[in-house]
Ligand binder design. Structure first.
Ligand code: FES
Length: 100
């Protein structure tokens, strides 16, 4: 199987040891499947993976596109996912969700 062109990393809040989980996973319930469906619908060459806490909790839920190193904040709705995937398709990142 060929390697994907890009990765979408979705924070799922895991932390080491006894530290409590962050908040991203609480606001992204059901969105992983929505992301997968959106990728298929758009024919994007992208793999989705989940991550531990990305240390940006106050701006979460956080999603990152690699290798572009684009970080997005407040990704807690289908509207946000659509904007981000549309941005991947068009080559213009969804500015309203960019974390800078
Ligand atoms: S839990 Fe997502 S950035 Fe910390």
């Amino acid at each position: 199987m060929a390697l994907p062109e890009k990765l979408i990393l979705v924070c799922q809040s895991f932390r080491l040891g006894k530290e409590p989980k962050g908040i991203c996973h609480k606001q992204t319930d059901g969105l992983l499947q929505y992301i997968e469906e959106g990728i298929l619908d758009r024919g994007l060459d992208v793999q989705v993976a989940t991550t531990g806490c990305l240390k940006q909790c106050e701006k979460g839920p956080v999603l990152v596109i690699q290798p572009d190193n684009l970080w997005f904040k407040g990704v807690n709705s289908e509207e946000a996912i659509d904007a981000i995937l549309d941005g991947m398709e068009s080559g213009t990142p969804a500015a309203e969700y960019l974390l800078s």
